[in-house]
Design a binder for this molecule. Structure first.
Ligand code: TEU
Ligand code: CA
Length: 550
């Protein structure tokens, strides 16, 4: 297995709008992030991923980009960005950007030119089509509810948008557009950024515009998805992009590729194919048959099944990412068990899995504090465009209380609530009014208090991150699961990580009930990190232990 800096890194995702506000306008910013670098250094993470910080009208909080070479005014200036990058590097941290190139804002000059100058150089930069009997060119629906098309009288044509009405899909079949994208990537790499997380990158190749099948639309009703979720030229574009940009740097790429499954993910990340380094696979985030908007309790025994498969079958030629949360998903602790009494042990159990398995861990801001979902009172407290549109759509089909229940289960705003830094007003996030309601319980669950408490979720993360960074066995070591066939141990997940004579043993109880403890290991054990103070003959709710086997 090839050694790479990004396999050894522990990554941390920052959602800049909600991380730290330096000037009291209620919106997080780049200076805020800079001020928190010592915190991140103490936690021990060494690869930062910033959700988009580019100029944007914020229809989808920065995932609708108006200018790829400019910083969003609310977040600061390019000087602030350069200073942040330099300071991150000086502190031994790499920094990657979010690359959103499936679509741009409708306010991007390319789109404005494409719209107003149908014979000009940008005429085919987007996916335009004549209507069908005065209606949309096909029956595709948007990820954010409603038809995936806008009509523009200026061209008497429709333009495709798989996401919001202001996020217009780019036409990757146009080589001039691709050149523009590669030049832009190059511009950032030349600045010194260390790579990119690539937004919905598997959607860039569309196989024509035929109607979508109702049967393939799936539980989330994404009619049309079979025409673009793994398009015919996807591999070609990714390989070309790598050749023309990343490949000439020591940069890392992580593709966001929801729904692709293992075989397609292998095709995208096999080293020999030189396309992407890693992908974010979302299959582990919901139990089978469930979607994010279903109100249910996630069963961690499914996670075991999923991880066993990927850890053993993804292969030595591919490298996986490990994550449970991001800015698009509710907090994992709340999904598994919202009981506040188990919040801390459960958060630590998830940390244990994420930091001792094979793959690069991506921690989402606040996860290291064990943050839980927000108790939003009504749709009026929700900012997210996806939730607001979906609420409207659902209210047409069911009573509004039921619609709200679904939104409350799945809204992306759970993860976007501002970071609680201390027990002061607004959790120290801002001196003004936060742009989105704070997470509940920040008076007791916040960075300052957890940094003072050696038993906190924060310190647990810190210890495990240090252990991982000091031990190549936890990065490159073979994964050896045990007790798989013993029925009475169906609720535990136990495995070894082994490399060059160094050996770690991890034991986890995946349930909220006590379960028999698998037979003790032979040989001396040392260096226990666990979420219960003392050892016991049984495994208690969500108990997790990490040993070095000597
Ligand atoms: O998300 C893409 C995606 O497919 C989903 O996770 C999405 O958030 C949606 O909820 C599906 O129902 C990426 C970004 O992470 C997200 O924040 C953006 O809104 C989206 O792309 C569009 O750029
Ligand atoms: Ca601010």
């Amino acid at each position: 297995m090839t050694r790479k800096w990004w396999k050894e890194a522990v990554a941390y995702q920052i959602y800049p709008r909600s991380f730290a506000d330096s000037n009291g306008d209620g919106v997080g910013d780049l200076r805020g992030i800079r001020e928190k670098l010592p915190y991140l250094k103490e936690l021990g993470v060494n690869l930062l991923w910033l959700s988009p910080v580019y100029d944007s009208p914020n229809d989808d909080n920065g995932y609708d980009i108006r200018d790829y070479r400019k910083i969003m005014a609310e977040f600061g200036t390019m000087e602030d960005f350069d200073a942040l990058l330099a300071e991150a590097h000086a502190n031994g941290m790499k920094l990657i950007m979010d690359l959103v190139v499936n679509h741009t804002s409708d306010e991007h000059p390319w789109f404005q030119s494409s719209l107003r100058d149908p014979d000009g150089p940008c005429r085919d930069y987007y996916i335009w089509h004549k209507g069908r009997d005065g209606k949309e060119p096909n029956n595709w629906v948007s990820f954010f509810s409603g038809p995936a098309w806008n009509y523009y009288p200026e061209r008497d044509e429709w333009a495709l948008h798989l996401f919001s009405k202001k996020q217009m899909d780019l036409n990757w079949d146009n080589p001039a557009l691709r050149r523009e994208v590669y030049d832009m990537i190059d511009w950032w790499l030349a600045k010194g950024v260390d790579g990119f997380r690539m937004d919905v990158i598997n959607l860039i190749s569309k196989d024509g515009l035929a109607d979508g099948s109702e049967a393939l639309a799936g539980a989330i009703g994404l009619r049309g998805i079979e025409h673009y979720f793994y398009g015919p030229r996807l591999h070609e574009y990714l390989a070309e992009m790598r050749r023309e940009s990343f490949g000439r740097y020591d940069a890392v790429t992580v593709g966001e590729t929801a729904g692709l499954g293992m075989q397609m993910s292998k095709m995208l990340t096999a080293e020999s194919r030189a396309e992407l380094d890693m992908v974010f696979n979302f299959d582990a985030l919901e139990n089978p048959g469930k979607t994010r908007f279903d109100d249910y309790r996630y069963d961690l025994r499914y996670l075991k099944k999923y991880l066993l498969d990927w850890q053993q079958n993804y292969g030595d030629n591919c490298w996986m990412s490990l994550f449970f949360e991001n800015h698009d998903n509710p907090r994992m602790v709340s999904k598994v068990n919202p009981d506040p009494a188990v919040r801390a042990p459960l958060a630590k159990l998830l940390a244990t899995l994420q930091l001792t398995l094979k793959g690069t861990p991506f921690i989402y801001q606040g996860q290291e504090l064990g943050l839980a979902n927000v108790d939003f009172a009504s749709i009026n407290e929700i900012n997210d465009v996806e939730s607001r549109n979906l609420y409207q759509e659902l209210c047409g089909k069911m009573p509004s209380e039921e619609a709200w229940k679904r939104i409350l289960a799945g809204t992306r705003d759970h993860a976007r609530a501002p970071m609680p830094w201390n027990a002061g007003p607004n959790g120290g996030f801002t001196a003004g009014t936060p742009w989105l309601r704070m997470a509940d319980g920040w008076q007791t669950c916040n960075a300052a208090d957890e940094m003072r408490d050696p038993d906190s979720v924060f310190h647990y993360y810190k210890k495990l991150i240090a252990l991982r960074r000091e031990n190549p066995a936890l990065v490159y070591g073979a994964f050896r699961p045990v007790f798989l066939k013993t029925k009475r141990h169906a609720d535990v997940f136990c495995y070894f990580r082994v490399l060059d004579g160094r050996k770690f043993y991890v034991e986890c109880n995946l349930t909220a009930h006590q379960t028999p403890r698998p037979a003790p290991l032979s040989g001396a054990q040392a260096k226990r990190i666990g979420n219960y103070a003392e050892e016991a003959p049984v495994l208690r709710p969500y108990e997790a232990n990490v040993y070095e086997v000597l």
